[in-house]
Structures are given as C-alpha cells and as structure tokens.
Design a protein around this ligand. Sequence first.
Ligand SMILES: Cc1cc2nc3c(=O)[nH]c(=O)nc-3n(C[C@H](O)[C@H](O)[C@H](O)COP(=O)(O)OP(=O)(O)OC[C@H]3O[C@@H](n4cnc5c(N)ncnc54)[C@H](O)[C@@H]3O)c2cc1C
Length: 737
Amino acid sequence: MQTNSAKNTIVLLGIGHTNAHILKSWKMKPIDDCQLICVSNFPISTYSGMLPGVLAGQYPIESMEIDLVRLCASANVRLIIGDVTGIDREQNRIQFAERPDLSYDLLSIGVGSRPSFENIEIKSQQSVVSIKPMQTFKDRLNERIGQLHPEKEASIAIVGGGIGSIEVAFCLDRHLNSEQANSPSKVKLKLVAGKTGVGSGLLPSTRQLILDRCKDRSIEVIQGHRVKTIDADSLTLEDEKTVDADIVLWATNAVAPELLGRLDFEKDGRGFLATTSKLQTKTDGNVFAVGDSGTIEGTDLDKAGVYAVRQGPVLWENLQRAIQDRPLETYRPQTDYLKLINTADGRSIAQYKGRSFYSRWCWWLKDRIDSKFMAMYQNYEPMPMKATPVDPKSTEAMRCLGCGGKIGSEILSSVLSELDIAEHPSVIIGLKNPDDAAVVKTLDNQVTVTTDFFASPLNDPYLVGRIATLNSASDCFVMGAQPSAALALIQLPLQHAKTQLQTMRELMSGSVEELNRMNCAIVGGHSIEGPRLTAGFTVLGDQISDAKTKGMLNEGDALVMTKPLGSGVLLAALMQAQLSGHYYQELVDSMVQSNVIALELIRDHDVSAMTDVTGFGLAGHLKEMLVASGASAELWLDKVATLSGFDEMVEQGIESTLAPDNRVNASDYFLPSENINSPELAKLFDPQTGGGILLGIAQEKTAGLLHFLSENGFAKSAVVGTVVASERKPQILIKRV
Ligand SMILES: Cc1cc2nc3c(=O)[nH]c(=O)nc-3n(C[C@H](O)[C@H](O)[C@H](O)COP(=O)(O)OP(=O)(O)OC[C@H]3O[C@@H](n4cnc5c(N)ncnc54)[C@H](O)[C@@H]3O)c2cc1C
C-alpha cells in the first residue's frame, strides 16, 4: 500500500503512450500529497511501433511489452486490472463491472482507439482478426492460421491503408514463414486499402515506394473501394467485387473505443473526447483525455503515437499544476513528424520534411528510436521507498494509539451505509441494530469458530478484502461448517481521511461481496490505524456436516490437492517488482477461488480428512495431518501443480520470508537424504495465501472427485500422493515419477 498521507488521488485510465510517461515520471519523483492509481484492461501494455517487427521475428514479443504489474510495483503505484463501465462525474468516481467504484481527484483517460467496423456486415466473425487489442493479436492470429488447411493455398487480406496495416503486410510473410505460425504451405497476401488507398496522406513518392515494395513482395494491392461484407472465405467490396480471404486482418482507421461512447462527455465526430489545448476535456476540467482518446478542439491530427508521446511531458506538468491550482500549460502539436515504415527486409521507408527514403539507415534509425523508447518503460528496478517526513506538529504525528487509534466513526458509517450487507436468520443483534456486541443463535448449539488475519500482500484493498474473507472462511468450510456470522479485524494504513475512506470502502466491498456469496452476515468488528493494511475475520459457522478432521486419514487414501501452489513465491516476487504481468491474473484468480467446495466434497464425495493449505505450506500442513492420523505419505513431486511463473521465480532465487521456517518445521519428517533446500522442493514449503484444500480419499473415488473438481473450476486439482503405513514416526517420502 502507498502509506503516505496522500490527500489527492490521480487515476490514469489506460496506460498507453501518454499515461505511461506519467507513471515513469512518478517513479522518479512522486507528486506530493498524492497517490497514483493505474487502471488498465490488461496487465501488459503494448507498443504499436514494434508490433510489426515482432511479427517479422525481428524482436521477441517482450520487447513491445510494458509490464504494468512490474512497473507499478517498482514505482509503488497501485494497479487495477478491471473492466471500466463508466464515470460518475457528479461523484468523481470510475465505475467497474466487477469491483467497487474508485474515487479520483484528477483523471487522465488514455484508452487509445480501435479500428472502425462501421457499416461492415460481418457474416463470419471467425475469419476476422482485429489488430486490437494488441496484447492478444499475435496469439489470435496464430490460432486462426492454425485453423487453415495445411495443404490448401490460403489468402490473408490486411484491411486498412494506414502505416500500421502497411507495415503488418510487409512483416506478415516473414511471420508466416516462421515456425511459430504453423501456416499453410502457400499463402497469398492482399493489402485491401479502401477508398483512399494505400498510405493516404503520405507523399506520392512515399506511396510509390510502398507500392513498389508490395510488388517486389507479391503483396496484391486492392484499393479504391471500401469493404462491405466479410464472409467465411472472402470479402465483398462496395463495387461488388469479391476478394478471396480466409483470414481478414482488420487494421482500418481509428475510431473511439466502446468505453468512450458510454461516457457523458463532449465528443468529436468519431466519438473521441473533445479537449482543450491543455488536454483537459471540454466537459470536465478534472478529467484529461490524451493520445488517441482525445481530440483537441480546432485540430485535425492523425491518431498517431508520436502525438501521444509528446503529450506526456505536458500532461505531467499539468497534473501537478492542477493539484496546485496553477494555470495549465498548452500542448502545441508539431506540424510534421518523421514517418517510418518497417519493410522487414533490413530496411525501412521513411518520410520526413517532404522527402521519401527507402534504405538500411532508415531501419537502423527506426530500430534505434523504438528500442530507446521502450527501454525507458522496461526499467523495473524498484525505487527506494522514501518515508514521508511527518511534521512533528501535524495531527498525523500526534495520531493516538490504544482505543484512540480506532478508525473515525464517519468512515465506518459512511462505508457501511453504502454496502448491501446480507441479513442472516441467526443474527439477533447485528449491524442493523448495533450494540456493544453481536448476538447470534446457532444450530443445535454446535458452533465452529475460527479467526485469521494477514498484512496485505497486494496493493489493492478490494482484492485484499476478498482474499482475507475467503481465507478466514476457508477454515470453517474444511471443518464442514457453513459460516453464518463474521467479525472484521482491520488495520488501515495511516492515510488522509479521504484516502482512508476510499481504502475502507474498497476493502469492505470486497469482504461483503464474498460474505454475501456465502450467505454470512457481518455483525461487527474492530478497525484501527497502523503502519500497513491488515485484514481478517473471526468467523462463526454452523456445523452442517461431520468435520473431516486432519487426523482421519486412512492408509491407502489418495492425497488430493485442489489448487496449484506457489502464491508465496509469486507474492514475494510481486513485492520485489519481479512478477511478470503474464502471471499476475492466474495468481489473483487462484487466491480468490473460494474453498466453499469443501462442503460439497464432505457431503457428496466421501472424503476421509481435509485441511486447507495456508502459511505452513503443503509440507507443514501434510505433516500435521500425518501426525494426527499416525500415518506416513508418499508425495509425488511431479504431480504437485504450481502457478505459472513459480519455477521461473524460484530459479531467480525468490522465496517467501516464511519459507525457511517452514523447511525447519517439516525437516524432521523427510528422509535425511532429501535436500530440502533444493529448488526442486521449494513448492512444498511455500506459504500459501488463499491456498487450496489438501484431502484424503479412498483410491477408487478419486476419478469422480477429480472430475467434479475440474467441472467446478479447479483445473489444476490432482492426486499428489498416497497415505502409507507409518513404521515409527510419520514420514513424507518424496517420489519422482
Ligand atoms: C500496427 C500499428 C502500428 C502503428 N505504428 C505507428 C507508428 O509507427 N508511429 C505512430 O506514430 N503511430 C503508430 N500507430 C498508431 C499508434 O499506435 C497510436 O496512435 C498510439 O498507440 C496511441 O497511443 P495511446 O496512448 O492513445 O493508446 P494506446 O497505445 O493504444 O494505449 C491505450 C491503452 O489503454 C488500454 N485500454 C484500452 N481500453 C481500455 C479500457 N476500457 N480500460 C482500461 N484500459 C484500456 C489498452 O490496453 C492500452 O494499453 C500504429 C498503430 C498500429 C495499429
């Protein structure tokens, strides 16, 4: 968490060329009294200038990627990966499909553009591969290429006449000839450039160079008419001519992304947000629109990266000035800019100041410009955390401890009034009629009680709220109990009251979302201020099935693990800005996958014993089961699944600070010949946050159980070993299969 006394929140929506500059500048010198939050629809942002080169195999895919998870972690900036649905301008809040609103003081919208499909009848969606989202373009293209008949001649039409589509056409044949593409033996490429033709807006000499290169490369150029219809294996143009096309690669002129259409802001004719020359939207001075997403009044600029890049420093300056209530700077776009087209033959076509070139030095220049640009955003070295100096006379320094360290009552009451908290028949006195303590009644007087809390491993209170709730409830589930009432234990970081309110709102929204899902009422709790966000719950549960306790393993039982391991290592990597954005979502998805399934496993699948795997890691929790059951176990090392990225992070020497303790705790239970420090065994000692269930079940029932688990989203569930007789002391015998 950003634990400074941030009063103002700046949100960047879409981390493209301009907003990425803000993130980079922030990393070097954060703005006083502010927190920065990045919102993106992907954990990775891409650089279009290098996409064609990636296709041509001139660069690995990572060279065009800005890893937002790493960059934000290294800059101590919060990142939200989410689906934004709208903006509430009255309340200065961004709305999401599946998470609570986010408040902002200043917002910069830079969600780019998308190719236009206006007036196109798409009869075969399968044939279309849109250039956007760029993050998934190469995978989607390869998937579609893989669907083509390997022996039949195929046609690929690249639709669009701008620089992007021309470059893609030049680079595509190199891609098709590479092993990655798995393409048919013969593919014809066609550049379908619409009414205005190839390279409209470029000099005639540049256009001629492009046409000459197309001819050399046997790329058929079709221009003069727009595409009207897309069928499974052809396109129909407005003059009714048909063009064979098994794949239609769509890279037409830029129009506004769908999200902008949903915003109640003044727009230009193509749906982009109308701005002033200060980059502020004309509708709302607190909201900026940059890059392709904004159109400055009175200008008719190309939607090009060069403008977006040049807006970066102006936006950075203006965000600071806006916070300080100072007059803003004006952005003055350049009248002309260098255009470079990668021809994928060791050369490029260039146009600058009225002249056209086609040469090796043009490619050298393009490569240099692009590589230098990306290097600025691929430095994931963490910035040293600077403690915000606290004025000894400030109220911050004098914040009370003890009962005086409680969170202000307005924050709590404001948050609680916004939440839709489930009612539960067991609750007699709860938050609806709050008193000194809650009163709940229980079924048959048999109550399961558990408590758990942790310091936040993520820079996202909403996710922390969900994970903390699931973590605490998990102990009830594996004991065969249905949670009925919960008490929250929360420590909010020392922040400005406005920021604390936002943190509390997000945290409690996440918690209540999960509690409502499990039909459990929140009946009270305690919240204080402290150095870092910490959250947990005491949960009361109604015992609805006989508990399948740790000591109930039978000799011969199969040992099943429901989730992959590795969250400890991955979270440690995240904190060190080492976790790749490619691995982030799987980690989050795994941690927020509820263990409520334990109740069905007990009821319908006849499991013998179960426990949830948390802080002590698989080895520690298995040891507890074996000791309680008086048994030993064979553990099939290769069957123990891990989260993507785990092995890579272990290879880099990353581990959780708790892992060494876990090794010591379980070491006596391994054969002395096992090297428990070897990276091969790291997964066994990795502490889990939101870990899965470890259970024992009769061998003959495993097939049904695994089928049920995979049907219910536990795709990596597996039999990881078996329970064997214990000769003396229980032992964990590692088997490699
Ligand atoms: C193939 C190709 C090659 C190109 N080559 C050049 C070139 O050589 N030179 C040049 O000047 N221009 C080039 N362009 C144009 C250039 O890509 C754009 O003008 C530029 O990317 C605009 O930058 P931006 O920051 O506005 O948007 P983008 O770079 O597109 O960034 C927008 C970001 O917002 C994210 N986003 C989108 N929707 C949402 C949402 N709803 N919520 C959250 N996040 C969202 C996206 O994932 C993305 O990360 C090329 C375009 C293409 C297609």
